[in-house]
Design a protein around this ligand. Structure first.
Ligand code: SAM
Length: 341
């Protein structure tokens, strides 16, 4: 018999609702923990341990789990990683996901984007968040510990020209790239894109400390000083948007500020994550996970596990009341690349 709690949380009209009344309709699926870049804030210098192939979801398993989530009310799926475009079988996967009644999006470093433009279009995936942490080639290569700057820039242009909705993700880190705020806004001003300045977040082995964060006030102060307050217009945020959005008067592009650490957007959180090894994580910072892949391989129904996981979602920041340097010594979490950003 299905429990009353399960019944009230598993039909599409109710959706995946947690104890705080938040409905979860947005699933981020990490396709792989591996990446063709080694951004120092995301992946430890020594890389991540190589694991057995069988630890990870196959294309069929990913599609099967995704379908179950759609049955539970998910209507937006974002592919991420690691780097989603290096997943073996990507074409088959995106083709399968394209048949589901969901809006598709992807976060990518764009290194391999040119090879997948057509298959993305066929699957109606037209929203791309592309990571770019510097407009300076030498610096970008130093941050990513690889040399793909030219390819990334070409592929950003390609995505724009091919009509994709493009957002550029910039993780701002003090003394690394915080002197490029105006350069990024100027670069994006005449393009139909949105720059998103993301606060540096703490993960296993990523050299985080509070002083390296660059917050909303500081970014806005820099922008106001350069353009003058009257030229900086606050624009509407989309529903459940994680960013506060602005544009410079007369410009095509806009910019947003995502303060996940200083001002988390937990109240309106509608997102959950499926890791490449098939674990459900209901918050980027939650230490607990539910193993959907093992359940699926045992032939068991994963719906109840999903519903239970959502009911146990913490009010904010995965249960951490605040982030500070001390907390890092006790916090247990994966690297960003192993969670799926
Ligand atoms: N490989 C893809 C990419 O580079 O966009 C997708 C995965 S990446 C983990 C997803 C996003 O997470 C990127 O925009 C990246 O910049 C962001 N990210 C990774 N580590 C972060 C951190 N410590 N703080 C803030 N953002 C981070």
């Amino acid at each position: 018999m299905i429990s009353p709690i399960l019944m009230s949380h598993t039909n599409k009209t109710t959706g995946l609702v947690d104890r705080f009344g938040r409905t979860h309709n947005y699933l981020r699926i990490s396709l792989t923990e591996r990446c063709n870049l080694r951004c120092f804030y995301c992946m430890p210098a020594e890389g991540i341990p190589i694991r057995e192939k069988s630890d990870f979801m196959t294309v069929e398993e990913t599609l099967s789990i995704a379908k179950t989530f759609v049955d539970l009310g998910i209507n937006k799926i974002r592919l991420t990683g690691g780097e989603p475009l290096i997943k073996k079988g990507f074409n088959e996967l995106i083709e399968g996901l394209g048949k589901l009644p969901v809006e598709l999006a992807m976060t990518t470093n764009a290194v391999a984007l040119d090879k997948y433009i057509d298959v993305l279009k066929q699957a109606k995936l037209n929203k791309l968040n592309i990571s770019l942490d510097s407009l300076n080639e030498e610096r970008m290569n130093a941050i990513s510990r690889r040399s793909f700057f030219t390819k990334i820039m070409e592929n950003i242009d390609l995505a724009i020209n091919e009509g994709f909705e493009v957002k550029i993700n910039v993780v701002l880190i003090r003394d690394v790239n915080n002197d490029e705020i105006i350069d990024f806004i100027e670069w994006g001003k005449d393009k139909p894109i949105s720059m998103r300045f993301i606060e540096f977040m703490p993960f296993d082995g990523n050299q985080w400390d509070e002083r390296k964060k660059v917050g909303l006030e500081e970014i806005l102060a820099t922008v106001y000083k350069h353009y003058g307050t009257a030229q900086v217009l606050r624009i509407d945020d989309e529903k459940n948007d994680t960013s506060k959005n602005y544009k410079i008067a007369g410009s095509k592009g806009s910019f947003g500020i995502i303060s996940s650490v200083s001002n988390p957007f937990c109240d309106s959180c509608n997102r959950i994550r499926l890791t490449a090894d098939g674990k459900l994580k209901n918050c980027l910072f939650s230490a607990s996970e539910s193993d959907l892949l093992s359940q699926l391989r045992k032939g068991q129904d994963i719906k109840a596990v999903i519903v239970d996981n959502i009911l146990n979602k913490k009010k904010e920041r995965g249960g951490y009341s605040d982030f500070n340097d001390n907390m890092l010594h006790t916090m247990k979490n994966r690297t960003m690349t192993a969670i799926g950003g």
